[in-house]
Design a protein around this ligand. Structure first.
Ligand code: CA
Length: 235
């Protein structure tokens, strides 16, 4: 069971970047397919059924953002967005459309490979974990027992409110992935209003305090500024 069974489709119109990404991935044992346009990308997606898509948002024939939605209408195949658009709202838009993660250009080899690995791993975990009772989440010394709604840090029980627990469990359920503010708010409160973000921030501050994190520093839940929160990968 090596990585070589994973097929990755790269949709990117800039040949240099496409070659760079392709070479990195091949070096790391992945099978790579390349497309330079939106249309070509969708055709290859349909015929080759890749395990992961690396998608550039700025494509010549159509906005890559549409491809996220198009793929999501038919499949849960993980998508990592490659983007030079640094605006937070674009990251949010891509994640809310169903992208699993994003890597901002310029990016390093190690970062890209780490994201690909984590995304594939999470997708695989999710496929096996669904509806399995007695699930436990562990990351560093954080432990969540979903059945008992029990959380501990370094073996010590952490007393969370229902809302705080729901937030922590939701983020852990999507560990490794940035969850946008609005996706968290919808999952926890169902609807979004003017006070939602503030309410979320207050809850997050309390969670961090209870987890023993210092201000601005959390060992478990990372704040992706202006975008959302990311629980670190579980074991
Ligand atoms: Ca481009």
């Amino acid at each position: 069971m090596g990585n070589n069974k994973y097929r990755i489709l790269i949709v990117e119109d800039e040949p240099n970047i496409c070659d760079f990404v392709g070479t990195i991935l091949e070096t790391n044992g992945y099978q790579v397919m390349e497309a330079a346009t939106y249309d070509q990308g969708m055709t290859m997606f349909a015929s080759h059924n890749p395990d992961l898509v690396i998608l550039d948002l700025g494509l010549p024939d159509r906005d890559g953002m549409d491809m996220i939605e198009e793929i999501r209408t038919r499949s849960a195949t993980p998508i990592i967005v490659l983007s030079a658009r640094l605006a937070e709202e674009d990251k949010v838009k891509a994640l809310d459309a169903g992208a699993n993660d994003y890597v901002s250009k310029p990016f390093g080899t190690a970062e890209l490979v780490a994201r690909v690995r984590a995304t594939l791993r999470n997708a695989r975990h999710r496929a096996f974990d669904d509806d399995v009772p007695g699930r436990i989440f562990r990351a560093k010394d954080l432990l969540i027992d979903y059945d008992k709604r029990y959380v501990s840090v370094a073996g010590k029980a952490v007393k969370l409110t229902q809302t705080e627990y729901n937030i922590v469990a939701f983020l852990a359920d999507h560990s490794g992935k940035v969850m946008t503010y609005s996706s968290i708010i919808k999952a926890i409160w169902g609807v979004e209003d003017n006070g939602s973000i503030k309410r979320l921030q207050v809850n997050m501050a309390n969670i961090r305090k209870k987890f023993g994190s210092r201000p601005g520093k959390s060992r478990y839940i990372l704040n992706e500024l202006g975008v959302g929160y990311r629980m670190i990968n579980g074991e």
